[in-house]
Design a protein around this ligand. Structure first.
Ligand code: BG6
Length: 486
């Protein structure tokens, strides 16, 4: 069978060390993420024998459930969302060490139950006190859980804390969350997830830029006209109104995934590939970004429309959404990175829900050749000098020729969560965000959101199934440019 090892651009997962024996404890085990992403990822890691041989996993959530019910629910989740063929023998290796603890951490009794289960598992599976705590819980209960874990921290083995987004809702709350963490955990024990960093194509961006010297000499303001980053989704908010009405596109995608893609595109070569060297360079990019003026940011909200031939509701008609909601489902912006490499080079970014198609791309538009050998029209059709990185779908890159992984490598790519869970178990924080990055990201978002308080756009301003509001086209039009055609 073909495996990801065949991808020569990557250090294959197969080549990696196996983590130490450990117990993974998932808080928020009844949530969507656990079913759709975390267990399918664990199954795929088990399928490839990448998990430690001595391993156990505990689900923690408020609802009452027995161990068997939990196992059954997760088995179905893996069958439904997993990318690999379901095999009972593989599942059994996971199910054997699976336990469930119901608690809301409001009382010590819940903490006791968890500690007892962990001690039992240590004894049964020889996991030596090593713990990976995965916090897939809302920010409102975050502090309670972190304090309980800190208080009950054992003396044996290592501890790692994986924290799902959203990491706060502004700079202030992010700092509060972090001080709760800092009381009990060192920064090198904390793994803040931005799952876009776990995507293979995003890692390949690093390989493309730094593992060979072809692009580096032209990766700057002298040769690059501008950069376009698109994170387009065709899905709506998928029963997540409660969350999305608080977040909007700016906190859901811009603050994290989008700014991380930009930082990876713009960063200087790190001195080595250790977590801190890579993150030092990313944070410099984030620091060099200045707040865009109001004319450089466009927001939108989808109305009713057609997506892939089907009529869909407008945002304000979605269940649980305020019928007069002013929450944005689309953001486009012109951003600048004020440093020697990028001064005066615009980074146009856009992201939104219910757009025409799912597509995440980074387009590096190089300046025109001095004497184009093609007729104007032909040159426009060819869109010369664009390096297009397809983050998803059709993962790959193209530069006046297409090289899409789907065609070149036979198997599906690993899910971002597989890589990230494994890295956290190995203690490798390179693909996780450090607190100073998170703080810079929030500073920028806070400034943009503060400016928004002053006006009320006429929402909805784009029909579902289109590429966003007309003002997003004008944003580039004013500079004599346009969004990449689709
Ligand atoms: C999540 C957002 O972080 O990323 C979701 O909360 C979004 O709103 C999702 O749909 C997109 O992830 P992916 O991997 O499907 O591009």
């Amino acid at each position: 069978m073909a495996t990801t090892q065949e991808n020569p651009l990557l250090e294959g997962l197969q080549l990696r060390r196996t983590p130490d024996p450990c117990i993974l404890v998932i808080f928020g085990a009844s949530g969507d993420l656990t079913q759709r992403k975390l267990f399918p990822a664990l199954y795929s890691l088990a399928f490839r024998r990448l998990l430690p041989e001595r391993f156990a996993v505990v689900g923690v959530a408020r609802s009452e459930e027995t161990d068997d019910e939990f196992r059954e629910r997760m088995k179905e989740a893996v069958q439904q969302h997993g990318r690999d063929e379901f095999r009972d023998d593989v599942w059994e290796t996971l199910a054997d060490g699976m336990r469930y603890v119901a608690t809301d951490f409001a009382d010590e009794a819940g903490e006791d139950r968890l500690v007892n289960v962990l001690n039992e598992l240590d004894a049964e599976h020889s996991t030596g006190g090593n713990r990976v705590y995965y916090l897939a819980i809302p920010p409102s209960v975050f502090g309670t859980v972190v304090r309980a874990l800190g208080k009950r921290r054992g003396t044996e083995g290592w501890t790692r804390l994986i924290v799902e987004k959203p990491f706060g809702r502004d700079l202030e709350s992010a700092r509060e969350l972090n001080s709760a963490i800092e009381e009990h955990f060192e920064e090198n024990e904390v793994f803040r997830i931005d799952h876009y960093l776990g995507k293979e194509t995003v890692q390949n961006m690093l390989a493309l830029r730094f593992a060979n010297g072809i692009f580096e000499p032209i990766w700057n303001r002298q040769f690059v006209d501008h950069v376009q980053i698109t994170v387009a989704e065709s899905i709506g908010i998928e029963n997540r109104a409660g969350y999305y009405e608080q977040a909007g596109a700016i906190r859901d995608i811009f603050q994290n995934h989008l700014l991380q893609l930009l930082a990876i595109t713009a960063m200087e070569p790190p001195i080595d590939f250790t977590a801190d060297s890579v993150r030092n360079e990313k944070v410099k990019v984030l620091r060099a970004m200045h707040t865009p003026g109001p004319k450089s940011v466009v927001r939108g909200q989808y109305g009713r429309g057609f997506v892939e031939g089907e009529e869909v509701a407008g945002y304000r008609e979605e269940e649980g959404v305020d019928p007069r909601s002013m929450m944005e489902t689309y953001v486009a912006a012109k951003l600048y990175v004020d440093n020697w490499r990028w001064a005066d080079t615009p980074f146009y970014v856009r992201m939104g829900k219910r757009l025409a198609r799912r597509e995440t791309t980074i387009a590096i538009q190089f300046k025109r050749a001095p004497h184009p050998p093609f007729e104007e029209v032909a040159a426009e059709a060819l869109r010369p000098n664009v390096l297009l990185i397809h983050v998803q779908p059709n993962e790959g890159m193209s530069l006046a020729m297409d090289f899409l992984y789907g065609g070149a490598f036979r198997t599906g790519l690993p899910e971002a969560y597989e890589r990230l869970i494994l890295d956290a178990m190995l203690g490798d924080a390179t693909l996780f965000t450090r607190i100073d990055e998170v703080e810079e990201q929030w500073s920028l978002v806070d400034a943009i959101v503060a400016a928004w308080a002053r006006d009320r756009p006429a929402f909805p301003n784009y029909p579902a199934g289109t590429w966003g509001p007309p003002s997003a086209d004008e944003l580039l039009g004013r500079d004599g440019r346009s969004w990449r055609r689709h």
